[in-house]
Design a protein around this ligand. Structure first.
Ligand SMILES: [Zn+2]
Length: 396
């Protein structure tokens, strides 16, 4: 294809907009990921941490990329779980989302105070500083890009929920140090190797996710935090299974296999090598398209409330779920919300059956339970027996 059209040609120009022939973020992903990179001279290193590998420079892995974008467009999709062996770029892909993040209203305060706190707990729920601002009618939040909050595998429960700082001032908001779950509010909560996370930590995440918030109590002090986050996890199934409750929490299940096309592997190697030599230059050469992708995600998010799901398409989805014998009602939510996000990503106001076909594997795989199937089958035999005995005894 006409890859040379998308070669970097100098400073990005804001007036150019979307490159010709690109209609939506899906086209952008398809086109840009096929592009070849200029071979860089060695000795031009920069710090890789400052320059996350560009999302659009990831080779292949179309399903993973599309799934992550859908999770960004529509938080109700329920986040995404990336399932695959080591070394397939799962973590790189998640971290590369940073440059694509849309903006949301978040607290300006270290303690996480927002206007809504007043509705729930009165002005006392705010820290003294924010209470003063609130009284003057000043805003407590501002528009900032969504953050990627990483939950370390060795996190203690106190790090996750927050803890009491005995030396702090006698105000409950200040006495309780914010935990990772509060910081993750409105952001992405990323858990690498989620299947290896300790049970008590998993439980606290599930509780917060179910209620959209949580309360920390220590003696006379308590503080309530909002915690509505998009959960992104990775797991290597070779290293252990994921508890069914947390597996159910993940909306999209993205399979990340190694690249098996030789050309793709070669391209991936070349990009990784260019990135090792100069992260900044690789990031710069994708800067223009990255900016377009971020704008597309933001406009897809604003189009989303208008996207309709026709009944005929919804019925197809329900038929699929029935055929796959899926019990969890999250299957419908994920399937339909992901299909709506995909329609929005494609600049359409109506979901069609093709949207459904594209997202169905991501939304519905790894939801069936062989255990439950056998359990219900055996139960059915018992049930039949019970009914037969009841009939017999009652007649006699
Ligand atoms: Zn505050």
């Amino acid at each position: 294809m006409a890859n040379e059209e998308l070669e970097p040609t100098g400073a990005p120009s804001a007036s150019e907009g979307i490159p010709s022939g690109i209609r939506s973020i899906r086209d952008l992903i398809d086109r840009v990921t096929g592009r070849t990179l200029i071979d860089y001279e060695e000795g031009d290193a920069g710090l890789a941490e400052q320059w996350p590998f560009p999302f659009l420079a990831l080779v292949g892995q179309k399903e993973m990329k599309l799934g992550l974008i859908l999770a960004l467009i529509k938080p109700n999709v329920g986040g995404a779980l990336l399932v695959g062996p080591r070394g397939t770029g799962k973590t790189t892909a998640v971290r590369s989302l940073i440059d694509l993040m849309p903006s949301v209203e978040v607290s300006n305060c270290y303690y996480g105070c927002v206007e809504d706190d007043v509705e729930i707990g009165g002005v006392e729920a705010l820290c003294p500083n924010c209470a003063e601002k609130f009284a003057k009618g000043e805003k407590l939040t501002s528009l900032k890009p969504v953050r990627l909050v990483e939950l370390p595998l060795n996190a203690e429960l106190e790090d996750v929920l927050g803890q009491v700082d005995e030396r702090a001032a006698l105000h409950s908001r200040i006495r309780v140090k914010r935990g990772i779950l509060s910081i993750a509010d409105k952001n992405l909560l990323y858990i690498d190797e989620v299947n290896l996370l300790r049970d008590e930590v998993v439980d606290s995440i599930l509780d917060a996710a179910a209620q959209g918030g949580y309360t920390v109590r220590r003696g006379q002090f308590s503080a309530t935090y909002r915690s509505k986050f998009t959960l992104i996890g990775t797991m290597n199934p070779e290293e252990g299974a994921l508890r069914p409750q947390i597996m159910d929490r993940f909306g999209l299940r993205l399979l990340v296999k190694g690249l098996d096309d030789i050309e793709e592997r070669k391209r991936a190697y070349e990009r990784a090598r260019s990135y090792l030599i100069s992260p900044k230059r690789v990031v710069d050469s994708y800067a223009e398209e990255t900016l377009i992708a971020r704008e597309e995600i933001t406009s897809a998010r604003s189009l989303l409330p208008e996207v309709q799901l026709p009944e005929s398409v919804a019925n197809l989805g329900l038929e699929l779920i029935k055929k796959f014998n899926i019990a969890s009602l999250r299957a419908e939510i994920t399937l339909f919300e992901a299909a709506r996000a995909l329609a929005a990503a494609d600049n359409r106001r109506e979901v069609n059956s093709e949207d459904l076909a594209v997202v169905a594997p991501m939304a519905l795989r790894l939801r069936g339970s062989a255990f439950m199937q056998t359990y219900f089958d055996e139960q059915a035999d018992e049930e039949e027996n019970i009914q037969a005995v009841i009939k017999k005894i009652m007649k006699g």
